[in-house]
Design a protein around this ligand. Structure first.
Ligand code: HPA
Length: 276
């Protein structure tokens, strides 16, 4: 079980390593880890050097914090996230989010690769997450509450912050990169879904499906951070086209979209910084 003392120790190491902490942190989803390369003035802190933090085991998730600037705008990147399917508890998967909050981060941009359920999507599309559906598994806030982080019961009405979404849509329009909007359904994986599960999620109102992001969003809302969620549709979800889903396809699409993702992410970071 996470304690406030553990989190404070982790936050102290983050602050000691990076000095001034950027207002905005960004979690880089599958395929987008290389975004860290466009940062200047970088400092790096491997997860293994942060007390009490777990390491990333998912392919392509390097497992380190990278602090630097994108076109002069400070940002703290999580290059690699922790997933429940890796065997971590939900509490462990959100530990870095809570530590970043204690270190002083206010805005959290969560990015991911997702399957497209809504047939208005095409592979390679970017979509803002407007809301999420999590049907099963305990909340990451399950267990004793840590009042220093946030209240026992908390609102999720604006879980994906409306102001940040508006800024992201403006940034997308200015860069000419299409940014759709949709509801993200969490499935625990690591298996991709069955076609029947995808049909059920479709009926429930989900546009996108993936194995991350939602626990982090819950933890970030608990501790009062503002969240922006961005999915890249790396494949159409199970049964939508009938083609089997492979992790190679997911990674290939992510790699193909990296340059556009970088342009979009940089524009969004600039917009958020201007709006302070
Ligand atoms: N399902 C779940 N997670 C995913 C998918 C998917 O189709 N694509 C990328 N991550």
């Amino acid at each position: 079980m996470t304690t406030i003392e553990q989190l404070r120790e982790s936050a102290q190491v983050i602050c000691d390593t990076f000095g001034e902490i950027p207002q905005t942190a960004m979690v880089l989803g599958s395929g987008f880890g290389e975004f860290a390369k466009i940062l200047t003035d970088t400092k790096v802190l491997p997860y293994a050097d942060i007390p009490h933090m777990c390491i990333s085991t998912a392919p392509d998730h390097v497992g380190r914090l990278v602090c630097g600037k994108v076109n002069g705008v400070p940002v703290l990147l999580m290059q690699g996230r922790l997933h429940h399917y890796e065997g971590y508890s939900f509490a462990q998967t959100v530990y870095p989010v809570q530590a970043l909050s204690l270190a002083g981060v206010k805005n959290l941009i969560l990015t991911n690769a997702a399957g497209g359920i809504n047939t208005d999507y095409a592979v390679g599309d970017f979509s803002l997450i407007t809301d999420h559906i999590k049907l099963c598994d305990p909340s990451p806030m399950h267990g004793a509450n840590i009042p220093e982080l946030g209240p026992r019961f908390f609102d999720m009405t604006n879980a994906y912050d409306k102001t940040l979404r508006t800024l992201a849509l403006q940034a997308a329009q200015e860069t000419g990169i299409a940014l759709k909007e949709g509801v993200y359904a969490y499935m625990s994986g690591p298996q991709f879904e069955t076609p029947a599960e995808i049909r059920a999620l479709n009926v429930l109102g989900a546009d996108l499906v993936g194995m991350s992001t939602v626990a982090e969003t819950i933890a970030a809302n608990h501790c009062g951070m503002k969240v922006l969620g961005i999915s890249c549709v790396t494949n159409m979800a199970a049964g939508v086209t009938g083609a089997p889903i492979t992790s190679e396809e997911v990674n290939e699409t992510g790699a193909k979209m990296l340059s556009q993702f970088s342009t979009l992410a940089a524009a969004i970071l600039a917009k958020i910084a201007q709006n302070r």
